[in-house]
Design a protein around this ligand. Structure first.
Ligand code: 4AD
Ligand code: MG
Length: 478
């Protein structure tokens, strides 16, 4: 008999038929005569109720069925007698694939803290919360490819190992095959990377953008979607050392077009989640409400599905950095000395400032543009004022910065001057500068932090809980 996924069985279309299902036991309860097993196979947040006649199968077999035991069950699908499910399965045959010792299995059928589950990340997929998160994450990855494919963008795979620092922030992980204990040295005592695997010093990429620009200035519109790495020692709920980024890059786009694309893209993804992941979102919404039930009303977040609809239905605010500084300087928390970090024209905004703008002032997602050039990367288009660049950051409630991007400097001379000022090695980047030498065009792009976006869609609070195996300072377990 062909095995059916539980998601399909639960639609009720096969009621009356004999079916075969396979999965893991979530819970088992019951009386002397009848046991109820909640079986889950990952295809949906919902479990299938298996009804087991104790006399028919015997205590012996049932003793071996515990949380996380893996089973194949054949039986007749009938309308459920109880509430809570449309159908249930009257078992006629049960095969145990693998037992699970209830005294040793770490994930008990009770509420565990997210911290505990992080320490057991190898098994946390088996909880309702994490299975929901990873189904939503999958749906969003699929929607990203669909969105760009339908718009005529090409998926470009940029290298993971690179010799350049795209963001110029120096937060890179070195890739080397040299003997760490005894590396070859040059006469001046420095390490001789010419003897390294690639004949030079190389790192894990912090962004695929520079190579993305090479693609966009020939293919027109491309996007990357891959892992990126940053050795920043930020132990926050928003930072990972290894995270996934989506980086579209478009020829002939100016900053306004770039903002329009970012807004349309984010709304498309949110709408896709609402249209395709409702069972999981409802569960995640309830989870969030349970978690926040002890908080005072004014500190609770907006209900998850309401929040997603709200973002989809409202225009993002567009505002310059200079105006944002004015708003912050006139804000209550600033005047009351409540901000931890300083606010002055020229400083990089911190998450507390971004969240004030989004959550308290505008009460909508915000696209901030025209940042001071000294706090942004060398490749951004220089504005005529000589002080700012055509940067754009998209700020979201609860998250802060979710997208960073810009129009790119298309003028060779201006770009070379800026690289010199910022000590970016222009000579090694000859290939990048060639795009400006041979048929340069206005172009733009941005990077969406995939995990930050998944935080937003799932309502989870810690970025470690939306990537399967988080990499953070002092942590690379699993
Ligand atoms: O603002 P960032 O650094 O921009 C770039 O890397 C550009 N090259 C993108 C482009 O224009 N093509 O990073 C982009 C986004 C951020 O807005 C944030 O969402 C996410 O990547 N991000 C991180 N996510 C998790 N952990 C980290 N350590 C992150 N650093 C950045
Ligand atoms: Mg940024």
């Amino acid at each position: 008999m062909k095995r059916l996924k539980i998601k399909e069985v639960l639609t009720g279309e096969k009621t009356g038929e004999v079916v075969l299902v396979k999965g893991w036991v979530r819970t088992k309860r019951g009386s002397k005569n009848v046991n109820f097993i909640a079986l889950n196979d990952g295809s949906t947040i919902n479990n299938l109720q298996i009804v087991v006649d104790v006399e028919k199968f015997g205590e012996e077999l049932l003793k071996d069925i515990n949380t996380s035991t893996s089973l194949a069950v054949t039986g007749q699908l009938v309308e459920s007698q109880g509430t809570g499910q449309k159908v249930e399965l009257n078992a006629t045959d049960i095969v145990i694939y693998g037992k699970s010792d209830p005294d040793k299995y770490p994930i008990q059928p009770k509420k565990h803290s997210l911290e505990f589950l992080r320490d057991n990340a190898h098994l946390r997929f088996r909880t309702a919360t994490f299975s929901a998160v990873f189904r939503v994450r999958h749906a969003m990855a699929f929607a990203i490819h669909k969105y760009f494919n339908d718009k005529g963008f090409y998926y470009l795979n940029t290298p993971i190992i690179t010799a350049s620092d795209a963001e110029g922030a120096g937060q890179m992980f070195r890739v080397s095959t040299l003997d760490a204990k005894n590396p070859p040295l040059k006469e001046d005592g420095s390490i001789d990377y010419s003897q390294d695997f690639f004949g030079r010093s190389t790192n894990l990429t912090v962004s695929g953008q520079l190579e993305g620009e090479l693609g966009a200035t020939a293919l027109g519109e491309i996007y990357t979607f891959g892992p990126t790495f940053r050795a920043e020692n930020s132990n926050t709920t928003r930072h990972l050392a290894e995270f996934w980024m989506i980086e579209p890059e478009m020829a002939f786009y100016e900053l306004g077009d770039n903002m329009d694309l970012a807004e349309e893209f984010l709304k498309y993804l949110i709408r896709y989640a609402l249209d395709n992941c409702m069972d999981d979102l409802k569960f995640l919404s309830k989870r969030l409400q349970d978690e926040e039930k002890d908080k005072p009303q004014d500190q609770r977040s907006m209900e998850l599905i309401e929040k997603l609809n709200f973002v989809d239905n409202n225009d993002f605010v567009r505002c310059t950095y200079t105006k944002a500084i004015d708003i912050l300087k006139n804000s209550k928390p600033y005047k009351a000395g409540k901000f931890q970090f300083p606010v002055d024209w020229g400083v990089d905004l911190q998450s507390e400032h971004e969240r004030y703008l989004v959550e308290k002032h505008f009460k909508k997602p915000v696209i901030l543009i025209d940042y001071p050039k000294d706090i942004k990367a060398f490749y951004m288009k220089q504005n005529p004022d000589g002080k700012t660049v055509a940067a754009m950051d998209v700020l979201f409630p609860q998250i802060g910065e979710i997208i960073g991007g810009s129009e790119r400097e298309a003028d060779l001379q201006k770009l070379e001057t800026r690289m010199k000022e910022m000590h970016v090695p222009a000579k090694e980047m000859w290939w990048y500068l060639d795009t400006r030498r041979f048929g340069t065009v206005p172009h733009s792009g941005f990077g969406l932090g995939f995990e930050r976006f998944i935080l937003f869609v799932t309502g989870m609070g810690n970025i470690r809980d939306v990537i399967a195996f988080p990499r953070t300072p002092k942590n690379a377990e699993f």
